[in-house]
Write a protein that binds this ligand. Structure first.
Ligand code: SF4
Length: 256
């Protein structure tokens, strides 16, 4: 794979992602259940639902974790912040655990949830949207997510990326929004020739930073969708892929 082709591929990926980012915000399907997705998309009315979903997104499938705010709403009867703030730790432990546990680790997650509610109450005056209002830098958003119990670098970056990319939250820069490395991104990035097949997560993160320091996470947008559609694990549909002329894998296949 020539460096010139790789450079053109990089340019075209950035240009396509930039075009998409200039489109109006679309309704996001996080879990594929209308009511649960409506709650998560209500970033103005229920900004804490998004934050709580991010906090729950550990050690279980993301789809199940992102459903938890809706399940809690059903169990509590409301997901307005003042109602959540009334609940004691014991009450939260109960709603997280009964009639069946909402998370693999209901006790730990109840504590994280309780701590998150206290933080939103004290630091953000009950309005989680204050985490990202006022055009903060991307590093500020990531750092604020890191302050929540149980949130590590991966989730904090994913949260900042989702806010900027999907909810179109204005920020003063995008330098700290890293690529969110998952199985789709890893596969497509490697096939295209940007990273070796066995590249570590850190390697992929730094490669994306090297390719586009101003916004390393910009590649998520196109790569993830490709991985879910044409660039499947087995038999990628290279003939139907718009990137085939520049993609290392397709070029290798064509050469045989
Ligand atoms: S050309 Fe083939 S291998 Fe390359 S990104 Fe497209 S589907 Fe994947």
């Amino acid at each position: 794979m020539s460096q010139a082709k790789l450079a053109r591929l990089r340019e075209r990926l950035i240009s396509e992602a930039t075009d998409r980012l200039s489109q109006p915000r679309a309704f996001m399907s996080f879990v594929g259940v209308a009511e649960a997705d409506e709650l998560l998309n209500d970033i103005k009315g229920h900004p804490h639902a998004f934050v709580i979903a991010c906090i729950m997104d550990r050690q279980m499938s993301a789809q199940k974790a992102w459903r938890i705010p809706y399940e809690l709403k059903q169990r509590i009867g409301s997901f307005r912040f003042p109602r959540l703030a009334e609940l004691s730790l014991e009450q939260l432990e109960r709603v997280m655990a009964q009639p069946e546990p909402l998370h693999r680790f209901p006790k730990v997650m109840s504590r994280n949830l309780y701590a998150a509610i206290r933080r939103i109450e004290r630091q953000y005056r009950g309005n989680a949207a204050e985490i990202w209002t006022g055009r903060p830098s991307s590093a500020t958003i990531v750092r604020r997510f890191l302050e929540f119990d149980g949130v590590g670098q991966k989730i904090a970056t994913m949260a900042a990326n989702t806010l900027v990319r999907d909810f179109r939250i204005p920020v003063s820069d995008r330098y700290s929004i890293d690529i969110s490395v998952d199985i789709q991104i890893r596969r497509v990035f490697a096939r295209m020739g940007f990273v070796p097949e066995d590249a570590s997560t850190e390697y992929i993160i730094y490669r994306a930073r090297e390719l586009h320091p101003e916004y390393p996470g910009i590649f998520d947008l196109v790569l993830w969708e490709l991985g879910r559609t044409v660039c499947r694990p087995r038999r990628p549909a290279c003939d139907d892929c718009q990137w085939r002329e520049l993609c290392a894998h397709a070029n290798r296949k064509g050469a045989h």
